[in-house]
Write a protein that binds this ligand. Structure first.
Ligand code: NAP
Ligand code: FE
Length: 366
């Protein structure tokens, strides 16, 4: 038995926003634009959006304060600004951070006195309609309901509601060309991680998810090298963007595993980019799953033939060169937290606190 659900309309191609500009009229009359500090401008996406909104006489308000790993305080500030405005839809431009922030801001802004903590209460809340324009190719946030935020203690927490699926996402790979090389690599490895973690959860049960995962992994395996050889080549960027979106559809159905949970503190407290943090955790966790269920892992990483080949691929993109020092206290605290994370329910095998202590020790630099 399986089901498939994707309420997001996806439009892809060069200048897709201007070619499909009439869609904005269906979404709303006044836009609340959410971005990071500079990527929306550098990528050219904000200019293109602004031109279309101006041509349609749709007014807009800009909130351009979203940081990497968005905090509760940024969401609450944006949410207040949205609820005090006349805006009736949210337009997110950027990487996963602005896209995730926009989803949370949309809920907080729609629900008057709601705070960030209320997003995690397990209740579905309404949101303003959300439109996304991704400028990275990694998180899949353009096709997921998820929003990952950082609480005041520095812990990353995710929520998702039916209302936080974007209504429309515009994919124009030209906007991803300006990514710095470390962001290109990290985001592609995040997409790879979604693809194979999702299939490790799915285990072939949903044939559509299986198909999307296999295709996403294949494209990243084939095209990431090409992107790095010629960073200005829009067609190879387009392939990685497509793969990231496929992998996003995968995790919209499956969620992610302990790989994501174990990587979160590295981003919150050590500044390691999200996709790179996953890549550091992937092999150790997959080796452990393979101990109890080897077929699950060989199916999940297809078309990589085994974990050695996957590891060699990750090493090629610098995973082994990440320099990291962790204190005993950090290892203790994060291992304890990770061993209790909800992601563990989706991670078959024997994962106790000691496993994560060993895993964190394994990635410390000599
Ligand atoms: P990001 O945090 O959105 O951006 C990383 C950096 O890249 C920022 O400095 C950003 O600049 C810059 N940047 C982005 N696009 C650029 C472009 N085209 N040109 C130049 N610079 C660019 O990176 P991300 O990896 O896409 O998102 C990571 C976040 O997504 C994490 O918080 C992670 O937990 C979350 N996530 C969400 C999901 C989901 O399903 N929703 C899944 C996985 C991860 P600015 O600061 O100027 O924007
Ligand atoms: Fe991720």
């Amino acid at each position: 038995m399986w089901k498939y659900f994707l309420p997001t309309r996806v439009f892809s191609g060069t200048k897709t926003i201007s070619h499909n500009n009439e869609l904005f009229r269906e979404i709303g009359t006044n836009a609340f634009i959410v971005t990071g500090r500079s990527s929306a401008i550098k990528s050219g996406a904000l200019d293109d959006v602004q031109e279309v909104l101006d041509a349609l006489d749709i007014p807009s308000t800009l909130f351009d304060e979203v940081e990497e790993n968005p905090s509760f305080s940024t969401i609450e500030k944006g949410g207040k600004m949205l609820s005090n405005s006349a805006c009736d839809f949210v337009l997110a431009i950027g990487g996963g951070s602005p896209l995730d922030a926009a989803k949370a801001i949309s809920v907080v802004g729609k629900n008057g006195n709601c705070s960030c903590r209320d997003l995690f209460g397990g209740k579905d809340l309404p949101a303003f309609p959300i439109v996304t324009v991704p400028t990275t190719s990694g998180t899949g946030s353009e096709v997921t309901q998820y929003s990952i935020l950082t609480d005041p203690e520095g812990s990353k927490k995710g929520f998702g509601m039916p209302s936080t699926f974007p209504r429309i996402s515009f994919l124009d790979a030209r906007y991803t060309v300006t990514m710095p090389v470390d962001v290109t690599i990290s985001t592609a490895l995040d997409a790879l991680s979604h693809s194979i973690e999702g299939e490790a959860v799915n285990k072939g049960q949903n044939p559509l998810v299986k198909m999307l995962s296999k295709e996403a992994t294949k494209i990243i395996k084939q095209s990431l090298r090409e992107v790095l050889k010629n960073e200005n080549d829009v067609s190879s960027r387009e392939r990685i963007q497509f793969a990231a979106t496929l992998a996003g559809i995968v995790i919209a159905h499956t969620g992610t595993t302990a790989v994501h949970a174990a990587g979160y503190p590295l981003s919150s407290f050590k500044g390691i980019k999200h996709g790179m943090a996953n890549a550091l955790m992937l092999i150790g966790i997959f080796e452990r799953i393979a101990k109890t269920d080897p077929n699950r892992i060989s199916g999940a990483i297809e078309p990589f033939t085994d974990l050695d080949e996957l590891n060699a691929f990750l090493q090629e993109f610098g995973v082994g060169r990440v320099s990291l020092q962790l204190s005993e206290e950090e290892i203790e605290k994060w291992s304890d937290q990770t061993s209790k994370a909800s992601h563990l329910k989706k991670t078959p095998g024997d994962f106790d606190k000691q496993f994560f202590v060993n895993l964190y020790k394994r990635i410390i630099s000599d």
